[in-house]
Design a protein around this ligand. Structure first.
Ligand SMILES: Cc1cc2nc3c(=O)[nH]c(=O)nc-3n(C[C@H](O)[C@H](O)[C@H](O)COP(=O)(O)OP(=O)(O)OC[C@H]3O[C@@H](n4cnc5c(N)ncnc54)[C@H](O)[C@@H]3O)c2cc1C
Length: 430
């Protein structure tokens, strides 16, 4: 059987929750979209616990960074684990540097939707001339962003752990007791009181058996060219002579299939190389060169939480207010919902409720970033970097409250959370 046929795609482009749609053999492991040829048996083993923290954040992309900083500022001992050796995820590692949805485009200009930690980072980048604008989108230099994200994490007291892939969780009833990580030190575990899934792909959702859907989407890339002052192609950056290029890539791709990801990354590198050679042929571009290609494969969306209460697409179009609002996000796309089309610059910014980052089953887990609970219609908006910073900051702040008050993620006091977010300069009011 073709491994892609394991995932039953609905007309809307989403698929039903991962486990039920897998064949029986794979459903037993529940961990892979691949065709299972046979099994090898692992012997039972004890996994050493090498560290403990109040909060563990899995993934150091925009959401993970904001979650970790917010939790640490809330008094938590935080470990942020990241499989790469830099912060920023797709933001800095895929050259995806225009922060969409931080500002909401309006008929007359722009209005700030996401402030908080996102705005703090932008201010630091602006001070050193590493921020420019692409339309209403702040565009940052990826190396400068990596530097300042590490600086802000260190100032908050976040313990960064690089080069480790989270691979499993150890459960105690409906609580996560420890997260299993693998890296150069082998397979070890870290215990914590609270966990935040900022892997982008909802890896922890899968291992804990939480409710989610899987979406297929375009897998593409952004890359940079240098000595490109005279190039007619590409967008300007804060650095003289450096431009960014973008390809939407292949449509409706499975971002959880390792063979597919490898195939696409190899194909894209060839395309970027050849494209740069073509661009060199432009007048005045003899010295143009391929400055960098993505170190993180350009997956837009995969697992998406089926949360306690997903954000509503109709609500996003029509200025819905939520009692448990945790932030706003811009509306930098055309939204089609309920047979209507809501155009960019005519759409209002929209609110995200706490219920949308909260899982239904696990007691000590929240989600930040591109795998929080949103409907398919909102996919474009909900996964943008501004939105990821915002949901991450809220998840980190809520985790601190949950740990301090010894409550489950579903019992976090919303008034206390909103008060904490307001103190952090997060916009919660229209
Ligand atoms: C080609 C492309 C172009 C885009 N263009 C834009 C744009 O112009 N503007 C915009 O705002 N958005 C854009 N986006 C979307 C945006 O970049 C992402 O949605 C956003 O970065 C998601 O943030 P995140 O923190 O949720 O996840 P990610 O950025 O994916 O970060 C997740 C982090 O977790 C780490 N990780 C994952 N799994 C594990 C694990 N098991 N263990 C340890 N670490 C793990 C990853 O290495 C990564 O660092 C684009 C996306 C793509 C692919």
């Amino acid at each position: 059987m073709d491994r892609r046929s394991f995932l039953k795609v609905t007309a809307a482009g989403a698929v039903a929750a991962g486990v039920p749609s897998l064949p029986a053999a794979a459903a037993k492991t529940g961990k892979t979209p691949l065709e299972v040829k046979s099994y090898v048996k692992e012997s039972a083993r004890k996994t050493p616990v090498v560290d403990k923290a109040d909060v563990v954040v899995a993934g150091g992309g925009p959401a993970g960074f904001a979650a970790a900083v917010a939790a640490a500022r809330g008094g938590m001992d935080v470990i942020m684990m990241e499989r790469e050796y830099f912060l920023g995820g797709l933001f800095t590692g895929c050259g995806v540097t225009p922060i969409i949805n931080m500002y909401n485009p309006t008929a007359t200009g722009k209005e700030l939707a996401v402030s908080g930690i996102c705005l703090e980072l932008c201010k630091r980048l602006d001070e050193v001339g590493m921020l420019s604008y692409e339309s209403v989108r702040p565009k940052v230099d990826p190396e400068a962003a990596k530097y300042f994200m590490e600086e802000m994490s260190a100032e908050a007291g976040v313990r960064i752990l690089y080069g480790v892939q989270a691979t499993d969780v150890i459960m105690s009833g409906d609580r996560i007791d420890a997260i299993v990580i693998e890296g150069k030190s082998g397979r070890v575990a870290i215990q914590a009181r609270f966990f935040i899934d900022c892997t982008g792909d909802g890896d922890i959702l899968d291992w804990t058996g939480e409710d989610f859907i899987i979406q297929k989407n375009d897998i593409g890339a952004m890359w940079r060219i240098g000595n490109a002052e005279n190039s007619k192609k590409g967008n300007k950056t804060a650095v003289k002579g450096v431009r960014t290029m973008h390809t939407v890539g292949e449509k409706e791709q499975d971002g959880l299939d390792m063979y597919n990801l490898t195939r696409i990354q190899l194909k894209l590198r060839k395309m970027m190389w050849n494209n740069s050679l073509e661009l060199k042929k432009q007048k005045g571009c003899e010295d143009l060169f391929l400055l960098d290609t993505p170190t993180v494969v350009g997956v837009r969306v995969t697992r998406v939480l089926n949360s306690v209460g997903n954000v509503s697409a109709q609500g996003a179009a029509e200025r819905k207010s939520y009692k448990d609002v945790i932030g706003f996000t811009g509306s930098d796309s055309t939204l089609k919902v309920g047979g209507n089309k809501y155009l960019v610059r005519e759409r209002p910014m929209w609110q995200v409720p706490y219920s949308a980052i909260t899982p239904k089953k696990i007691q000590n887990l929240l989600v930040g970033g591109r795998c929080f609970g949103f409907p398919v219609e909102l996919t474009y908006d909900a996964r943008e970097i501004g939105t990821c910073f915002m949901t991450g900051q809220a998840a980190g702040s809520a985790a601190a409250i949950a740990v301090n008050t010894r409550t489950s993620c579903r019992d976090v006091n919303i008034a206390a959370l909103q008060s904490s977010l307001r103190k952090q300069n997060v916009k919660l009011d229209w």
